[in-house]
Design a protein around this ligand. Structure first.
Ligand code: NDP
Length: 326
């Protein structure tokens, strides 16, 4: 038996409780992991509250990310005692996830814990931070360097934005953070923000297809009218890493920035990201993310308390990253 946070559907409502679960009920997979830490992502918030139609089958154990130690393995790459990280692959949504003492997955999905990180710090990074690194890599692949000009991070005080800010600042980018929360300014400065602008200042498109060139790159967690506002502000041959939709999924814009300025919009997907790129991203996170700054972003939850953070993350009120200690 192992302890887990279980979601059940009762009369159309999703309710959570802590339960003892029989190990025989774990899903199929060739590696069983003793989970020590998980985390809370925006998607976990949706799943905990039964929103977004992400979970089709109950009872369900949520938790899209986890870190821990291999208990049993029938996979050639893993043996008992190996420290591993899992993010994405629809774990925690289409199959049981990390809010539990044990998880069973495919060995092909696991990444070895890079040296320099431990399970708590890996989960402080989690899918949000991993996605931030994928976004930085995508901008770099498309020629965005510190010499090209400032990089804008939207939704900067959230999980993805916080990690993106810390990485960009460490790599020498002039990092401009947009946030809707004045109380996070000192926090963002401590992460390395060069300048802070208000969420409102980029929330309404000018209506013109092109505005003054302001950003060599953009890491966008917000989408919606924010993305529509900043696209015409991107510099010649600049790039936008489109990561999230915290402000809305709909994008009303024109193709003019693409045609006249060669602007690139780069889609960032962390869930099905190929394993080689995952390994690169995690080893870069271990080397390039200042862990002292990362530690200052952590709030701690337990299996018993994590569900209480769900409304907060959906309302954009969580600062930085929530680590779940199993
Ligand atoms: P968080 O809730 O931690 O951060 C989102 C931030 O967006 C908030 O902190 C807030 O920042 C800002 N925000 C929230 N609501 C609004 C709004 N209505 N208008 C404008 N800004 C808003 O979430 P995460 O960092 O975990 O995820 C961010 C986004 O990225 C989510 O949409 C998530 O689904 C997506 N995502 C995508 C992934 C992928 O693979 N593509 C992987 C992980 C996440 P502030 O207070 O600073 O303004």
């Amino acid at each position: 038996m192992f302890k887990a946070l279980m979601l059940e559907e009762k009369d159309g409502r999703v309710e959570s409780s802590i339960q003892q679960v029989d190990e025989a009920k774990l899903p199929e997979g060739d590696v069983t992991v003793a989970v020590s830490h998980s985390t809370l992502n925006y998607k976990d918030g949706l799943i905990l509250l039964g929103q977004g139609r992400l979970v089709r089958q109950y009872p369900h154990i949520p938790g899209v990310d986890f870190a821990g130690t291999v208990l049993d393995s029938a996979h050639k790459d893993w043996k008992p005692g190996d420290a591993v990280i899992l993010t994405g692959w629809r774990v925690g949504e289409a199959r049981w996830g990390g809010y539990a003492e044990k998880a069973r997955v495919k060995g092909d999905w696991l990444v070895k814990m890079p040296s320099g990180l431990d399970a708590r710090r890996a989960m402080a990074i989690g899918t949000a931070g991993f996605t931030a690194m994928l976004a930085v890599m995508a901008l770099e692949d498309h020629g965005v360097t510190p010499a090209k000009g400032p990089v804008l991070v939207t939704g900067a005080a959230g999980g993805l934005g916080s990690v993106a800010t810390a990485i960009l600042a460490k790599r020498g980018y002039k990092t401009v953070c947009s946030t809707g929360r004045a109380e996070t300014h000192a926090y963002l400065k401590a992460l390395g923000a060069s300048e802070i602008i208000t969420r409102e200042s980029i929330a309404k498109p000018s209506g013109k297809p092109l505005d003054s060139e302001a950003w060599a790159g953009v890491i966008d967690s917000v989408g919606g009218t924010t993305l529509a506002t900043v696209l015409p502000q991107v510099m010649y041959h600049g790039s936008v890493a489109s990561c999230g939709l915290a402000g809305g999924a709909k994008l009303e814009t024109t193709v003019v920035p693409f045609l006249l300025r060669g602007v690139n919009i780069l889609g960032i997907d962390s869930v099905m990201c190929p394993i080689e790129r995952r390994r690169t991203a995690w080893s870069r996170l271990a080397m390039e993310l200042p862990v002292d700054k990362l530690d200052s972003t952590i709030q701690t939850a337990t299996l018993e308390t994590v569900a209480s953070f769900a409304p907060e993350i959906l309302a954009g009120k969580v600062r930085g990253r929530v680590v779940v200690e199993i």
